[in-house]
Write a protein that binds this ligand. Structure first.
Ligand code: PLP
Length: 391
């Protein structure tokens, strides 16, 4: 049986076109982009072409794009430099952020004595934006607001434009972790006054180890890696030319097919929701995951009506890869912070969260196989319950 991959929020497989583009660079354009000879300059041209392409996609200036090694590095760079170089004394964030934001914020609190305020989400995962506005109006402290665009566990979408406008009006800096949304939704930063954002190529069929930070030109942000003058001295180190070209190819494919893929994947997500509702009585969906408007179409957060900490392993043994949280915390035995925020105590005790995440490669036959596997597992719990009652 072919294995089934339903963990596309963790990472996506490389497209053939991306591999071909990268192999070409590895074989031919191997020069160091900082070298002044033709070998170097050919590599430099490739990088600058991708920078221009990203800028066009986000409707920003090429100088506002800094290549990094991943989403984690981009988020670290932005948050650390806001504190270290831009005088940020207070960070307003949420307990739903990816670890690379959450841990960096905590680090800034510990090492730089930054005040940290967490916006509490409601049971749907929404934030009270009036509270954010009040917090911003009530303090003169230089503030960075850091809220992710799409939650990687639930798919919940933030009203990024509204938050950016609130921050802008109240003279706060705004960083959004857009790792799950770049190349999946249309982002126009000429219309959204966000100061900083992040991207990671492996979330849209590009290579791991390649990402970028969007840094608004006027912000004055500096880098955290010192050394040579690469990336306008914002990020020292010889550029990952092959990874950058792979990112560019993956972005090109994603943008060219965005309308087609988003409709196709949304249909798969709707099909999954319908299938699971029919097959597993009592199944629920976390946050805004089952909604079309407020949820990213690639992510579905399921709540199974039985407790099975081994569910990921059981599905894996059937050849189906899903996730029980974000990939970074999937080794952890504790429920994720996101689930702790969203679930009632009774649900935490008796239910099992599961993240199913899709790509344009996902088929209905794969969803049927997942549904059958989950139905079988859920029925084994019914049998167990009967056995216990009869004992
Ligand atoms: N932010 C979000 C929302 C993510 O989902 C991820 C990856 O899982 C990251 C940041 C980290 O990105 P990377 O794997 O490129 O470091």
């Amino acid at each position: 049986m072919d294995k089934i991959y339903l963990d596309n929020a963790a990472t996506t497989p490389l497209s053939d076109e991306v591999i071909d583009a990268m192999v070409k660079v590895m074989k031919i354009t191997f020069g160091n982009p900082s070298s002044t000879h033709s070998f170097g300059q050919e590599a430099k041209i490739l990088i600058e072409n991708v920078r221009r392409q990203i800028a066009e996609c986000l409707k920003v200036s090429p100088a506002e794009i800094t290549f990094t090694s991943c989403g984690t590095e981009s988020n670290n760079m932005i948050i650390q430099s806001c504190v270290n170089h831009l005088g940020v004394e207070r960070i307003i964030t949420s307990p739903m952020e990816h670890k690379c934001v959450a841990e960096t914020v905590l680090d800034m609190k510990k090492r730089r004595n930054v005040e940290v305020i967490y916006l509490k989400p409601d049971k749907k995962g929404d934030f009270d934006l009036a509270q954010l506005e009040t917090l911003l109006k009530d303090s003169d402290k230089k503030t960075l607001v850091s809220l992710m665009h799409a939650n990687n566990e639930t798919g919940n979408l933030l009203d990024i434009k509204k938050v950016a406008e609130i921050c802008h009006e109240n003279k706060a800096l705004f960083h959004s972790d857009t790792v799950q949304t770049v190349a999946h939704v249309d982002l126009d930063f000429s219309d959204i006054p966000v100061d900083f954002a992040s991207c990671s190529a492996h979330k849209f069929h590009g290579p791991k180890g390649s990402g970028f930070a969007f840094i608004r030109k006027s912000s004055g942000l500096k880098g955290i890696i010192t050394g040579g003058p690469q990336e306008r001295s914002l990020r020292a180190g010889t550029e990952n030319v092959c990874g950058i070209v792979g990112l560019g190819k993956a972005l090109e494919l994603a943008v060219d097919h965005m309308a087609e893929y988003s409709a196709q994947i949304q249909e798969i997500k709707d099909y999954t929701i319908g299938n699971l509702r029919n097959a597993i009585p009592g199944v629920k969906f976390n946050g805004r995951s089952a909604e079309k408007e407020n949820s990213l179409y690639t992510v579905l957060s399921v709540l199974l009506p039985f407790k099975d900490p081994m569910i990921g392993l059981k599905l894996d043994m059937k050849g189906i890869a899903v996730s029980q949280g974000s990939a970074c915390s999937s080794g952890a035995s504790k429920p994720s912070m996101v689930m702790m925020m969203l679930l009632e105590e009774e649900e935490m005790e008796n239910c099992t969260p599961l993240r199913v995440s899709f790509s344009h490669l996902t088929t209905k036959a794969e969803i049927d196989a997942l549904t059958d596997a989950l139905k079988e597992i859920s029925e084994s719990f019914e049998i167990d319950k009967t056995n216990i009652q009869h004992r």
